[in-house]
Ligand binder design. Sequence first.
Ligand code: GDP
Length: 248
Amino acid sequence: MTGLLTPRWTSFPQRRNVHINDNVLHSAYEFGVQKVVSCLSTCIFPDKTTYPIDESMIHNGPPHSSNFGYSYAKRMIDVQNRGYFEQHGCRFTAVIPTNVFGPHDNYNIEDGHVLPGLIHKVYLAKKNGTALTVWGTGKPRRQFIYSLDLARLFLWVLREYDEVEPIILSVGEEDEVSIREAAESIVEAMDFKGELIFDTTKSDGQFKKTASNGKLRRCLPKFQFTPFKQAVKETCDWFNVHYDIARK
Ligand code: GDP
C-alpha cells in the first residue's frame, strides 16, 4: 500500500540533490565551518541567453529542459549561500567549472563525458582495428578544463577567494574548442591511424555554453592553464597505463 501512496516525485534525483545541499550547508553552519566551496555547473545557466555567460546571469531565466530539476537544485546553493551570509555571516561560496577532464575520470562509453568517452573509444578502436565513432556533427563547442588545473584553482578559492558570489573556473573564450578538434587531439595523442566517423543520428546537445573567465582573470591574472593538447596527452597516457583499473 505504501508504495501506491508514495507520489512519484519522491524518487526524483533532484530531490536528493536538494537534500544533500541543504544538509551539507546547514551542518556546516551548525558546526561553525569557516568556509564551504560548493560546485555548480555551466549547464545551470539560462537556456536562452547571450554569450559569454558570466556569474551575474545564473538566475536570469529557465535552464535547458534537459537539466531543469538539477539546475534549480544547484541554483538554490547560491540562494542559500547568500542567505547564510546575510543572516549568519557564513563564508559559503560556489565555483562554476566548465567541462572537466583528466586522470581518474569516468571513462564509460555510454555515460561518461565526451573526452573520457572518446579516449576509451579510441583505445578500443586501436585494439580492434575499427573506426572511431564521434557522436553528433562535431560542431558543438566546449571549454575544457584539466582536472589538475581545476584542483589548483579550488585550493586558491578555498584559501583566498573571499566572496559569496560564485566564480566561473574556466579557460578563456579563445580556448573554446569544437568536439571535432577535441576528437582530433585525442586521435593525435593516442596515435590512432583509423577512420573518424561522425554519427549525426546522435544528439549534439547544447551547441555552446561559452563562459567568461573575466572574473577569474581579474583575481588571478598570472594563472597558467595547462595547454589543452598537453593535458589531453597526459590524460590519454594515464588511461593507457591504468586501463585495468580505470573507471569504465
Ligand atoms: P555536455 O557539455 O554536458 O553536453 O557534455 P558531454 O561531455 O556529454 O559532451 C557532449 C558533446 O560531445 C555533444 O555534442 C556530443 O554529441 C559530443 N560527443 C561526441 N562523441 C561523444 C562521446 O563519445 N561521448 C559523449 N558523452 N559525447 C560525445
